[in-house]
Design a protein around this ligand. Structure first.
Ligand code: NAD
Ligand code: IPM
Ligand code: MN
Length: 360
């Protein structure tokens, strides 16, 4: 039975990095007889330009029908000044996440040993790093109502958003995190701001309540400001971290740098049944778009996560990860992970090298 994979290249470097991941998927599809059918659709700025909206109905229908989705990145300065905030590329991505109920965002920050010197942190601080950030993705301040910009007395404008989680949303993401911790080193750190924000007082309470169901997992709590500091000071103290939508967005970019570059961090966004969308954690990198400079490895590894989590093809995912490791062994580096003595390669040359490693 064939499996439908929807590919959403998006904007900026999105099409460049996705093209390399697509080549990889096409190759392993043939090599391992996976029966994947790959189709593409528009999202983000590309969809605004073609259809006037960031998430056309045809794309949403295709996403609903697909077995799994691979996304590049959306956004760019050309759409940032659109006065209608609903017609922004990012709304396309957020729309897929919320319409498909992709609440569970897994962002694994793993340092390939070959990149210990690519990180801006000292090698001894990051070597052996393997942490998982579990980010709630369809709630919190990103989606809370009311929101907007309004005028108050005296004609003063004020912007406002609502940070809200109900206990079921917290429990749902908590379970994902406890299960993940159970399958790893059994340590879970819940990150909140319970010294200031009531919503995270409830968050902490629910995590405590859940921990009774997971006596084998050691639960700790940390305020988000300290967590940001600890991630840079001594990141290896963490195994799994669980947090809300906005804190998770910020902490995962920080964690990305521990792996050498944001171009190395893949992600999975899963619904209650394990259906998912897979994407690199980085954005559309307008500063290097269209120049064949971007690192495609986070996207290629996201395709690997897709095979593992949504398509039940773990052995092929293992092969992709081994191929990434092999190209790093060959000292090939895109600019973001380049250091003295390494060979600098382009986006497509990095793709070529992964393909060659998969064929070796
Ligand atoms: P960004 O992640 O796009 O870029 C930040 C920096 O990292 C830039 O210097 C960029 O060149 C570099 N970088 C990112 N990915 C890279 C890669 N694969 N290889 C090498 N270098 C890479 O973040 P930003 O500049 O804040 O945002 C740019 C646009 O992307 C905005 O429109 C933003 O909304 C959007 N964005 C989209 C997503 C997504 O689609 N998931 C995520 C983050 C940001
Ligand atoms: C991410 C991005 C998105 C987010 C934006 C583009 C909506 O930063 O996937 O990390 O904030 O979730
Ligand atoms: Mn982000």
């Amino acid at each position: 039975m064939s499996k439908n994979v929807l590919i959403l290249p998006g904007d900026g470097i999105g099409p460049e990095i996705v093209a390399q991941a697509r080549r990889v998927l096409e190759l392993v599809n043939a090599q391992d007889n996976l029966g994947l059918e790959l189709t593409e659709a528009l999202v983000g700025g590309a969809a605004i330009d073609a259809d006037g909206v960031p998430l056309p109905q045809a794309t949403l229908d295709a996403a609903n029908a697909a077995d799994a989705i691979l996304l590049g990145a959306v956004g760019g300065p050309e759409w940032d000044t659109n006065p209608d905030f609903q017609i922004r590329p990012e709304k396309g991505l957020l729309g897929i996440r919320s319409n498909l109920g992709l609440f569970g965002n897994l962002r694994p920050a793993i340092l390939y040993p070959q990149l210990a010197h690519a990180s801006t942190l000292k090698p001894e601080v990051v070597s052996g790093l393997d942490i998982l950030i579990v980010r709630e993705l369809t709630g919190g301040i990103y989606f809370g109502q009311p929101r907007g910009v309004r005028e108050k007395e005296g004609g003063i404008r004020e912007g406002y958003n609502t940070y809200v989680y109900d206990e079921n949303e917290i429990r749902r993401i908590g379970r994902v995190a406890f299960e993940a911790a159970r399958a790893r080193d059994k340590r879970l750190c819940s990150v909140d701001k319970a010294n200031v924000l009531e919503v995270t007082v409830l968050w902490r309470e629910i995590m405590e309540e859940l921990s009774k169901e997971y006596p084998d997992v050691e639960l700790s709590h940390m305020y988000v400001d300290n967590a940001a500091m600890q991630l840079v000071r001594a990141p290896k103290q963490f195994d799994v971290m669980v947090t809300g939508n906005m804190f998770g967005d910020i902490l995962s970019d920080a964690a990305a740098m521990l792996t050498g570059s944001i171009g190395m961090l893949p992600s999975a966004s899963l619904d209650v049944n394990g259906k998912g969308m897979y994407e690199p954690c980085h954005g559309s990198a307008p500063d290097i778009a269209g120049q064949n400079l971007a690192n495609p490895l986070a996207t290629i590894m996201s395709a690997g996560m897709m095979l593992r989590y949504s398509l039940n093809e773990g052995a092929t995912a293992d092969r992709i990860e081994a191929a990434v490791s092999a190209v790093l062994d060959q000292n090939l580096r895109t600019g973001d992970i380049w250091s003295e003595g390494m060979q600098k390669v382009s986006t497509s040359e990095m793709g070529d090298a992964v393909i060659a490693a998969l064929q070796a």
